[in-house]
Design a binder for this molecule. Structure first.
Ligand code: NAD
Length: 480
């Protein structure tokens, strides 16, 4: 008898099962506890057809913008009402702490409130061409926005793209990740309860290589919004090229913070805890490299080691400092990178292995020193609770080290001298630079990468303009 809880896809305003089901495993105990319908090509086509119908009907885009404000605010309220139940599911399927899971739904609601505030302010311009002409621009929705979501923050990354897309009048087809897909379904419940037009939002869970790829190449896709790894992003860009479909790419990172000689070490330590141990380091904008002025290097290593070794580790439901990784394969990948770093001659200051005596996917909080600049652990994303600490002597050297990977998502500077902090920040490669607090931004501040970290911006007012296209209408009025 099947005892697993069942979750469904949301297509054309209805919840749909499937012939095949994907098991969802609790990372804290390595046990399956739920399953979700695995969408196939026909489901993907049905979702795209529904979204296209919604776009063509004008149900979202032709209404007075105040109606979209009302819908978005209603979605925010429904998310708030669902938060407790949804956060428990997210905590269980993802491994993250219950508090972080709650925070993710609070953030999701905030995205809808924030973009509700913009939905009736998407104004065009009028361009003077002399008395014989009237010329104006308007911001039109892209049409059907295909949004592909990773497993590390599924609801909030989903809300981050869905809210501005709806605010601008797009219909959306979302592909949830194969790992940790359940909590996102609560966002669809919120949309349904808020009374969005039929087909305006659709959610499918299924294999990226099957339905993800099918959606990207679909003739009805007017936009691709992808958040995930670099290789998948590159693959999607190649597929999107077939129809020249515009894309937003939010990819990985290997972000560095520079700790100057006059830095406040308490701020640095708080940021180590938040920057690399929050969500078990499974954060695209994690602070995964710490570059420390040589005069403070030994002190930072000792304090960071004490911090790491003092962290509580446990299942998310207990709200510990460090939670399990999301999957067995992620644990193996992180452990493998640590092993290779040690083999390559790095000093493992603490950690470096999985936590023994548990079936859960727990990785020890890990610090590395004496790392070669061209080594894998200095250059590549780990996506786990692993921090590389490296000394520098001059500001130029620190900037060169920080900028010396193919990525450029975020960066940071710690310094009580704001003149130097700002000067350094301006030299760092990345879409966002934090000074004296890692993750100092919010949903209001634009976020996105350069280089292999991708392009386009999410969050903030700027992100709304990723979801519209400019139309110009030029009218000759003379003699009319
Ligand atoms: P992933 O690339 O493996 O998968 C992401 C999504 O893409 C999943 O839904 C997957 O099913 C889908 N997918 C896979 N192949 C596809 C294809 N051929 N066509 C269409 N879709 C396909 O990434 P992940 O392991 O889920 O997430 C971790 C990665 O995401 C990390 O590299 C991390 O840095 C990055 N990330 C970036 C941001 C950001 O905002 N920049 C945020 C979170 C995560």
């Amino acid at each position: 008898m099947n005892t697993l809880d069942r979750y469904y896809n949301y297509i054309d305003g209805a919840w749909k099962g499937a012939e095949a089901w994907l098991e969802v495993i609790d990372p804290a105990s390595d046990t399956p506890f739920a399953e979700i319908a695995e969408a196939g090509i026909e489901d993907a086509d049905a979702a795209m057809t529904a979204a296209r119908r919604c776009v063509d009907s004008g149900a979202l885009s032709s209404v007075r913008p105040a109606q979209r404000v009302t819908w978005l605010l209603a979605i925010a309220e429904e998310i708030k009402a669902l938060t407790e139940e949804a956060a428990e599911v997210l905590c269980r399927e993802n491994g993250k702490s219950l508090d972080v899971a709650r925070g993710e739904f609070e953030e999701s609601a905030r995205y809808f409130e924030y973009y509700a505030g913009m939905a009736d302010k998407i104004e065009g311009t009028s361009i003077p061409l002399g008395d014989d002409y009237v010329d104006f621009t308007s911001y039109e929705p892209m049409g059907v926005s295909v949004q592909i979501v990773p497993w590390n923050f599924p609801p909030s990354i989903c809300a981050r793209s869905l809210a501005p897309a709806l605010a601008a009048g797009n219909a959306v087809v979302i592909k949830s990740p194969e790992i940790s897909p359940l909590a996102m379904t609560f966002l669809m419940t919120a949309c349904e309860r808020a009374g969005l037009p039929q087909g305006a939002v659709n959610l499918l869970c299924g294999k990226g290589s099957v339905i993800g790829s099918h959606l990207v190449k679909h003739r009805d896709a007017n936009q691709i919004v992808f958040t995930g790894s670099v290789p998948t992003g590159q693959r999607i860009l190649r597929d999107a090229a077939e129809r020249a479909t515009p894309s937003v790419m939010e990819l990985g990172g290997k972000s560095a913070a520079i700790v100057h000689a006059d830095a406040d070490i308490e701020q640095v330590l708080e940021s180590i805890q938040a920057g690399i141990f929050f969500n078990a380091g499974q954060v695209c904008s994690a602070m995964s490299r710490l570059l420390v002025h040589r005069s403070r290097y030994d002190e930072v290593i000792a304090r960071a080691r004490a911090l790491a070794e003092g962290l509580s580790i446990g299942p998310g439901v207990e709200n510990p400092d460090l939670t399990p990784l999301v999957s067995r394969s992620q644990l193996e990948q992180v452990e493998g990178m640590c092993r290779r770093a040690i083999e390559a001659g790095a000093t493992c200051v603490t950690g470096g292995e999985r936590v023994s005596g548990t079936n859960g996917y727990f990785m020890q909080p890990t610090l590395f020193a004496d790392v070669a600049i061209d080594s894998e652990i200095f250059q590549e994303e780990v996506f786990g609770p692993v921090l590389v600490i490296h000394p520098f002597d001059t500001e130029d050297e620190a900037v060169e080290l920080a900028n010396g990977t193919e990525f450029g998502l975020v960066a940071g500077v710690f310094d009580t001298r704001l003149d130097r902090a700002l000067r350094t920040a301006r030299r760092l490669r990345g879409g966002q630079v934090f000074i004296n607090e890692w993750f100092a931004g919010g949903i209001e501040t634009p976020f996105g990468g350069v280089g292999l970290s991708g392009f386009g911006r999410e969050k903030g007012q700027e992100a709304l303009y990723s979801y519209v296209q400019t139309r110009n209408i030029a009218v000759r009025v003379k003699g009319a």
